[in-house]
Design a protein around this ligand. Structure first.
Ligand SMILES: O=C(O)[C@H](O)[C@@H](O)[C@H](O)[C@H](O)COP(=O)(O)O
Length: 315
């Protein structure tokens, strides 16, 4: 795998370095005329970006993979490493999941070596968003995660915190926030030192073609929610309509956030979220998901990365 890293030097100027791990050679940066993701089509490319932006520190990494198989392995490694670090530091790992293709892409966690090496008993599971349907409904994110992941590894059932599916969306959101508050009090979930928000060790997000993350959809008022930790919507453009979702302040208080997006249909939204498209505020919700003190990692395949600007690679 080749790694491209971008950081700021002591004077604040961008520095770009290229390192090819397979050959252990430092390579010259590509010329600007060939500096697009498509010109790296035969390589698994990882771009690491760490830059100070107005309003605070922005720690962001882009990992672009040659295949879904490679992405799944990298995602499993990433989650296993964060789990190990968190268990070492805090004794627990508080992880929030979403729905969609993300769960299938986490499948390698159920296989060797992760099924044996991960300290599953220390995991506490939450949902960054959930559809307000019964737990055994085909649309339930809980059911998806249970069938594809949670039932295949030795997670402690009482550590799995799904929503109350017997009440309205509004009550389910309130209920879920209450549960999270109790677990913040008992320090199963850390607390942010810059807000009063919970600080999840990892929030895993998928992204829709419209750039939504969790159930925060473009131009929806839920995106503006600043006071609640968990809110609800009853008019989701993606069915089913009733959902609960973490709010942006919670997502952006996490220690780590990963956004996983694959396929051509996500390419435009990835471009809008990641590239500096010349407007003051990113035009899709995924573009405002950026932990204030934590780290954001994008897991992409080449198709989803195909519209990223080549300027990302220019010195
Ligand atoms: O409940 C949901 O609908 C999800 O949490 C949602 O945010 C999902 O992650 C994205 O829509 C991406 O889904 P795909 O990866 O399947 O496109």
């Amino acid at each position: 795998m080749c790694v491209l890293s971008r950081s700021l030097d002591a004077r604040g100027s961008p520095e770009v370095s290229y390192f090819c791990a397979t050959t252990s050679l430092f390579l010259p940066p590509p010329s600007s005329s060939s500096s697009s993701f498509s010109s790296f089509s035969s390589l698994a490319v990882k771009l690491v970006g760490s830059m100070a932006l107005s309003g605070g520190h922005k720690d962001r990494e882009l990992r672009v993979h040659e295949s879904l198989d490679e992405l799944s392995t990298d995602l499993a490694d990433y989650i296993a490493e964060l789990s190990e670090a968190s268990v070492k530091e805090r004794g627990v790992f508080a992880i929030a999941l979403s729905g969609g293709s993300l769960i299938g892409l986490m499948g390698k966690l159920c296989e060797a070596p992760y099924n044996k090496t991960v300290d599953w008993a220390k995991w506490y599971i939450f949902w960054a968003d959930e559809r307000v349907v019964a737990k055994n409904h085909a649309d339930s994110n809980y059911k998806l995660a249970k069938d594809r992941l949670l039932s295949k590894v030795p997670i402690i059932p009482s550590h799995v915190h799904s929503i109350n599916d017997t009440v309205s969306a509004e009550e389910a959101a309130d209920d879920y926030e209450f549960v999270i508050r109790q677990l913040v009090k008992s320090r199963v979930i850390s607390v942010s030192d810059i807000s009063d928000c919970p600080k999840f060790d990892l929030i895993l997000l998928g992204m829709g073609p419209d750039g939504h993350v969790a159930s925060l959809f473009p131009n929806h008022s839920a995106l503006e929610e600043k006071d609640e930790w968990v809110t609800f919507i009853t008019d989701s453009p993606k069915p089913p309509p009733e959902r609960i979702t973490f709010t942006l302040p919670v997502i952006n208080s996490a220690s780590n956030v990963a956004i996983v997006a694959t396929g051509d249909s996500k390419a435009e939204a990835v471009h809008l979220a990641v590239d500096d498209v010349g407007s003051d505020s990113p035009s899709v919700p995924a573009g405002v998901a950026q932990p204030l003190k934590g780290k954001l990692v994008w897991f992409l395949d080449k198709a989803a990365a195909s519209k990223l600007e080549g300027s990302q690679f220019s010195a």
